[in-house]
Write a protein of this length. Structure first.
Length: 580
């Protein structure tokens, strides 16, 4: 019989010893027992770590239960001395202050499965705006607020609208609607008005920086901007101001875009709940906007901003874009510098645009992609794209089993396939790799996220976080400390096998179409790009979406396919009724 206060036959004292060995400082038992938790803030911190207790045979037996091994007493006796020596090393490591921006020495490289990936870097190309008839300047502020980047650029260049006017309109709408949407963490009003005035002066002199010149935008609040807090959605960092400027912000500054607001994200890039509340879906205000790029999706969908920058690790662009009915581009891993951005998973994080259309995503991506000399994971690969190409020459597959499976948006998804067929696509049925335990690879993200926020866990600051549920970060960070290093390495080896299978699948294809529910975890693990676009509306008026997956570094083909689909549909042009 287990002793009182025991878990799985392991008594409380032994289990607390195991937690201390793992660096939890007595924290985990608080999730399992009703007893009050000792103060980790006093007992342990990264500056003055508590000396870990010696590992006993009883603690080792508890550890065996956690990692799925059963040793003999003789084997345990042999291990104890080495394990206790290892504890000294843990303590030494914890004396080192490691900024969130420091990447591990082991890098994720999705490109090595591509035969030509070793080619030398190529000249930077980019996105070229298509020649299109200039739209007539709208007569109402709301109509102006919902214009696309494609349409705003020519109006600004021709000086039929000013950057200052657009920026003030964006600020006014953010102030008006944010009390309901909760999509803004901080406005960057002073910076925005100054940038807009400069943009107008340059445009009046004939200096044109490109299709984003003078256009307001918003940044997910995990991008550093000097002079303004970078909160990561958490009360822990509510007032913190970082001094570096994120590369994405620098590049959009260079393109002449006007940063107008820092937008909400689910705390530490999970969900849509942050210290200010739950960010709302403009189509249904009693519903969250999904996450973690909650604010970018909400602000774009509501006509507050023409485009925004979000990030994705495991669905954080695709999910809120779906919920809010905007178009989003999740680029290939290693396409956009993450310098100045919060790290959650060094081998999975990606930054990308959220816009009114796929074509707008292409124009924004053209300004932000490519190496910067600061993020060593970024590749020098070309992006040669302009709107209007259509489907000509594209080899397109579709995930047959995902379309055939019963799911809520099935009628919309099947209708989307018919649209593509009418556009001339010859759709090839394909299947994603299914013989590998993709779900089990989630431990890669869990372990890296726990390492990224190690100091938060060990200092006890996790008690200040907004959500304290079983699925929230504080519990996930603690739980992840029980992932053995061997299993983390093995998961990454299986990940390599998954990458090889995906490359084999994509070798004869340029694009794969899928319901939003199909393949997103797989392709986030393998680093492949995706574009999500709205493809219909539920009976309650909320949007649904279709996803286009591409080859590694194949964003140009991906955007062409998504743009062609949107050219034959109008879902992306519709507006949430309350915000028109």
């Amino acid at each position: 019989m287990p002793t009182p206060g025991a878990v799985g036959g392991v008594d409380r004292r032994t289990f607390m010893g195991l937690c201390s060995v793992l660096g939890l400082g007595g924290g985990l038992p608080a999730a399992l027992w009703t007893a009050a938790r000792p103060s980790r803030a006093l007992a342990q911190s990264s500056q003055t770590p508590q000396t870990p207790p010696r590992i006993t045979k009883e603690i080792l037996i508890a550890a065996e239960t956690m990692i799925g091994l059963e040793l003999t007493d003789a084997e345990r006796e042999l291990m104890l001395n080495g394990l206790n020596q290892t504890l000294t090393g843990y303590a030494d490591l914890r004396k080192v202050t490691i900024p969130n921006s420091v990447i591990p020495a082991i890098r994720f490289d999705p490109s090595f499965v591509i035969p030509e990936a070793g080619a030398a870097g190529r000249a930077r190309t980019g996105a070229r705006p298509a020649r299109r008839p200039m739209v007539v300047r709208p007569t109402t502020p709301a109509d102006l607020a919902f214009l696309s980047v494609q349409d705003l650029g020519p109006l600004l260049k021709a000086r039929k609208v000013s950057s200052l006017e657009l920026t003030q309109l964006a600020l006014d709408r953010l102030k008006q609607f944010n009390p309901e949407l909760l999509c803004v963490v901080n406005l960057t009003e002073e910076r925005a008005l100054a940038q807009a005035k400069v943009a107008d002066q340059e445009l009046s002199r004939g200096k044109y920086r490109g299709p984003l010149h003078g256009i307001p935008w918003g940044a997910k609040d995990l991008l550093a901007v000097p002079g303004y807090p970078t909160t990561w959605g958490s009360p822990i960092y509510r007032e913190r101001v970082l001094q570096e400027t994120a590369t994405v912000v620098e590049r959009l500054d260079r393109a002449g875009a006007v940063l107008t607001a820092k937008l909400s994200l689910g705390e530490f890039a999970q969900g849509d709940v942050w210290f200010g509340g739950t960010t709302k879906n403009p189509w249904k205000l009693d519903q969250g906007s999904s996450g973690s790029s909650a604010g970018p999706a909400s602000a774009t969908a509501s006509g507050c901003l023409p485009f925004t920058i979000g990030s994705e690790t495991l669905g954080s662009i695709v999910s809120p874009a779906t919920r809010c009915g905007v178009s989003g581009l999740r680029p290939s891993f290693g396409r956009v510098s993450r310098y100045g951005a919060m790290a959650l998973s060094w081998t999975m994080d990606k930054l990308g645009p959220m816009c009114r259309s796929a074509a707008d995503c292409g124009l924004v991506f053209g300004a932000i992609y490519g190496p910067d000399g600061k993020d060593p994971t970024v590749y020098d690969r070309p992006f040669d794209w302009s709107p209007g190409r259509g489907l000509a020459g594209l080899r397109i597959g579709f995930l047959q089993s995902a379309f055939e499976a019963e799911h809520q948006a099935k009628p919309f998804d099947l209708a989307g396939l018919e649209v593509l067929r009418k556009l001339g696509a010859s759709l090839v049925p394909v299947s994603l790799p299914s013989d590998l335990p993709t779900g089990a690879l989630r431990i890669i993200l869990s372990a890296e996220a726990a390492a990224a926020f190690d100091e938060v866990t060990r200092s006890g600051k996790d008690d200040q976080m907004v959500q304290q549920t079983r699925g929230a970060w504080p519990n996930s960070f603690r739980t992840a400390r029980f992932i053995p290093a061997v299993e983390y390495i093995q998961a990454n080896r299986v990940r390599t096998m998954l990458m090889e299978k995906m490359e084999e699948l994509m070798r004869d294809l340029d694009v794969v179409v899928t319901p939003t529910s199909g393949g997103l975890q797989t392709t986030n693990l393998t680093g492949h790009p995706a574009v999500v676009v709205p493809n219909g509306f539920n009976p309650d008026g909320t949007p649904v979406s279709l996803v286009f997956l591409g080859r590694l570094f194949g964003e140009a083909d991906l955007l062409s396919a998504a743009e062609a689909y949107q050219g034959a549909t109008d879902f992306h042009t519709r507006r949430p009724p309350k915000f028109v």
